[in-house]
Design a protein around this ligand. Structure first.
Ligand SMILES: [Zn+2]
Length: 139
């Protein structure tokens, strides 16, 4: 597993985002299941969790292996386990930016605010910054 790549990407992000933005630590888990157990989180069967942010410790947790569930043409449901190494820089950056934005919103509006839990807002923020960083050839 190339964890250094993830740290390098996160350092690029931290250097590029405004300096007032919260900075998190990264933590890695063997898989989503272990990560969720550790964070005492439960998710629906149809949900995929790529990362979790813990505002108490300012930590972004990432699974080293993710399980994707998909339905084939014949209606069968398959699980595919994908190593973090196979996930593109762009996708990793998007995830890290998404989580960073949760932290920022939490700091600004509180951790029980609707801004903090605005998944779509966090996705948009991630997309915008991935685009920006690609344009600047940072990633
Ligand atoms: Zn989120």
């Amino acid at each position: 597993m190339n964890i250094k790549r993830i740290h390098d990407l996160y350092n690029l992000i931290k250097d590029r985002l405004p300096s007032t933005y919260p900075k998190a630590r990264l933590a890695f888990f063997e898989n989503e299941e272990h990560m969720l157990e550790r964070e005492n989180m439960k998710v629906g069967a149809d949900e995929s969790v790529y990362a979790i942010v813990d505002p108490d410790t300012s930590t972004i947790s990432l699974p080293l292996k993710m399980t994707f569930e998909y339905t084939a043409k014949d209606g069968q449901i398959y699980n595919k386990v994908v190593s973090i190494d196979k996930i593109s820089d762009e996708e990793i950056c998007h995830t890290l930016l998404h989580e960073s934005f949760h932290l920022l919103m939490g700091e600004r509006y509180g951790y029980s605010s609707k801004q903090y839990s605005d998944e779509k807002g966090c996705d948009k923020f991630g997309e915008r910054w991935v685009k920006k960083m690609k344009k600047e050839k940072l990633i």
